[in-house]
Design a protein around this ligand. Structure first.
Ligand code: C2O
Ligand code: CU
Length: 642
């Protein structure tokens, strides 16, 4: 079972526990003794099963169980043990005593409170959360005691049962509170302090401050390169989809995707962004491209959002060959969805595409529920004579992953996120899971027969390549094909640093929970229990080797994306990457997964570090990586950075 499945099972068992404890309490109050006894036995059994699920989760990481081990289970254990002891002592037939009812119901409250803490607070557990929760459970117990057992000392009811003694009850509850609180407190005090950094001494901060506004691109191309100029005007427009359907979109130059920006390695790219009528403001972010920080297009961090009528010039060297894309980074959960994106493809100088080669740049985007995969010409059918080298550049511009199958030919995954893999082997009959924001370059020689690119197992959509014979290829059902595991694909090669002696290590535990987002309380997408902008920034110094541990406690996939640096994948769920070195700018952390990645801090600036499911980023899942000594003059602007 995957950790994600254990998380779900644990929730189900927790719910069952709540239900059985409540059932036992209610049956007891109604003096349905048999039923109460059965429910009590069930509740105890479910609680024991719960311990198993928690132990299983604990084996996969402390992050998954901290609040359960330190608070939820101790509360449940203390209350449950009390309830069982009370029931045993009163003996058969006397289970309907008020004390029994209160103690069993209190256990139900404790079970409920434990789940609520998991769902609303998660990791890391704070002392205030623990104290508030324990107080609420105790308040529930006292209220229940008042209702089911009026505080009359030593008064027997008609059947000779006695109401609970108030003093004894308060003593009992107080004892339970003290024990639980002491346990939680002791546990919490043993927690390792969340360290902002490991290694990296003080004293580094003494260097002179530099503003991101001064971290700009060069004014000229590399020797032999040219200047590639473009003007992109953000404006609303009606555009026609390949299907013929017309949609209202936010566009660059009236087109979706925006103009294709292409360059040869060493060229200087100079793009003037104008905003015609996007009221919210826009920027251009060069996704995956390691531009100087001042060109990064993060509003509120590297610039102010470009308002209607204003403009901004981006200038950077095309130093990396490969498949990239650009998009607005202001209110990007709306802007990108509405069409403010385009492609950026840089070809190596020494490997210009051969004549006759088919090289298709294919951004995938969902418009009103329809997945569109097509280049800017809108065609989904292409001709490629047999033997032609074909390169398909898949770009996921959506917020959710897509699944691709290339049917009809073996192929190689030449590059991931723009960076070439080492000796990628030929594969076929596999599905490719492309995270939001990610890119895959697939290469193959065109066979005699047709080739189909199937997206999300929809055999009617996608893209077709035809050889001589444009006959429709029969496409088998692709839904059962296994996913290609990139951590085991290609051949290992030397990497430029040893990630084992990282200078800094940051853990990001991704979850959902109650948190403040932009000053508003929300059911947020959180990092370490907090939402943007309250998530502490990550401080690094130039030259540091930085390691990230990214843990997903939630039930949704989070495509993690750091600006300005590719990260090297070290491991997933403790299993090291054994294939080609895998340098990515977005990696999907699926429910229950734990990823280790590393990078060299070689690009000074202040960089967004966020989930590329853009609605998630908007709902809090976003923080910043700061280089020591770098400041921003754009911080206080209303255009916060996403
Ligand atoms: Cu493609 Cu911060 O984003
Ligand atoms: Cu996310």
């Amino acid at each position: 079972m995957t950790t994600g499945q254990w998380i779900i099972l644990d929730h189900v068992v927790a719910l069952l526990g709540i239900a059985t404890w409540f059932a036992a309490g209610v049956a007891l109050a109604l003096r349905r003794t048999r039923l109460a006894f059965a429910a009590l036995v069930a509740a105890v059994l479910v609680t024991l099963v719960r311990m198993v699920t928690v132990v299983m989760l604990a084996a996969r990481g402390w992050w998954f169980v901290q609040e359960k081990v330190l608070l939820g289970l101790p509360m449940l254990g203390v209350a449950g043990a009390g309830a069982v002891l009370l029931a045993a002592r009163r003996g058969r037939g006397d289970g309907g005593s008020a004390g029994g009812v209160v103690s069993v119901l209190t256990t139900a409250y404790a079970a409920l409170a434990g789940l609520v803490v998991t769902v609303l607070a998660g990791y890391p557990l704070t002392l205030s959360t623990a104290l508030i929760t324990i107080s609420l459970v105790c308040a529930g117990a006292l209220l229940t005691a008042r209702v089911v057992a009026p505080p009359i000392e030593n008064t027997a009811d008609s059947e000779g049962r006695r109401g609970i003694s108030r003093r004894r009850f308060i003593g009992w509850t107080g004892g339970a509170v003290a024990v639980t609180a002491a346990g939680a407190g002791a546990g919490l005090s043993f927690l390792p302090a969340e360290s902002e950094a490991i290694g990296g001494g003080p004293g580094r901060s003494s260097r002179a401050a530099v503003s991101v506004a001064d971290l700009r691109g060069p004014g000229s191309p590399a020797p032999g390169g040219t200047v590639r100029r473009a003007v992109l005007t953000a404006k609303k427009a009606t555009v026609r989809l390949p299907s013929g359907r017309e949609i209202h979109a936010w566009t660059y130059n009236g087109e979706v995707p925006g103009p294709a920006i292409t360059a040869t390695r060493g060229d200087l790219i100079e793009v003037r962004l104008r905003n015609a009528d996007i009221d919210d403001g826009v920027t251009l972010h060069w996704h995956g491209y390691d531009v100087p920080c001042g060109e990064d297009g993060a509003p509120g961090v590297t610039q102010l959002a470009v308002r209607p009528g204003a403009d901004f010039v981006y200038r950077f060297r095309a130093d990396q060959a490969g498949t990239y894309w650009y998009h607005t980074h202001h209110a990007s959960h709306l802007g990108v969805r509405n069409g403010l994106y385009g492609t950026l493809v840089v070809t190596p100088r020494d490997r210009q595409p051969a004549d006759g080669q088919v090289d298709l740049t294919l951004p995938v985007h969902t418009f009103g529920g329809t997945v569109v995969i097509a280049g800017r010409d809108g065609r989904t059918e292409h001709l490629a004579p047999p033997g032609t080298p074909v390169r398909l550049r898949l770009i996921n511009t959506d917020s959710d992953p897509h699944r691709f199958v290339l049917a009809g030919t073996p192929f190689r995954m030449a590059a991931v996120d723009g960076r070439d893999l080492n000796q990628p082997g030929e594969v076929s009959g596999v599905a490719l899971h492309l995270p939001a924001g990610g890119r895959y370059d697939l290469v193959f020689l065109m066979p005699d027969t047709s080739v189909a690119l199937v997206v999300d197992d929809d055999r009617d959509g996608g893209l077709r390549l035809h050889g001589d014979d444009p006959g429709e290829a029969r496409i088998e059902d692709t839904s059962g094909l296994p996913e290609l595991d990139l951590l085991r694909y290609g051949t290992p090669a030397a990497v430029p640093f040893d990630a084992r002696d990282a200078d800094r290590h940051f853990t990001m535990v991704l979850d959902r929970g109650a948190a403040m987002v932009d000053g508003q309380p929300a059911y947020a997408h959180t990092v370490n229990g907090r939402g943007h902008p309250s998530i502490p920034g990550q401080l690094v110094a130039k030259g540091d080797i930085v390691r990230f541990t990214v843990v997903n406690r939630s039930l949704e996939t989070h495509p993690w994306h750091l600006h300005g640096h590719p990260v090297l994948i070290l491991s997933r769920d403790g299993t090291p990457s054994t294939g080609s070195p895998l340098w990515v700018d977005t990696f999907d952390v699926r429910p229950g997964e734990t990823w280790e990645v590393a990078f060299r801090a070689a690009n000074p600036g202040i960089w967004m570090n966020h989930c590329h499911n853009l609605p998630h980023a908007h709902q809090g899942m976003m923080l910043r990586l700061h280089y020591d000594g770098v400041t921003t003059p754009f911080g206080g602007s209303p255009g916060h950075g996403h």
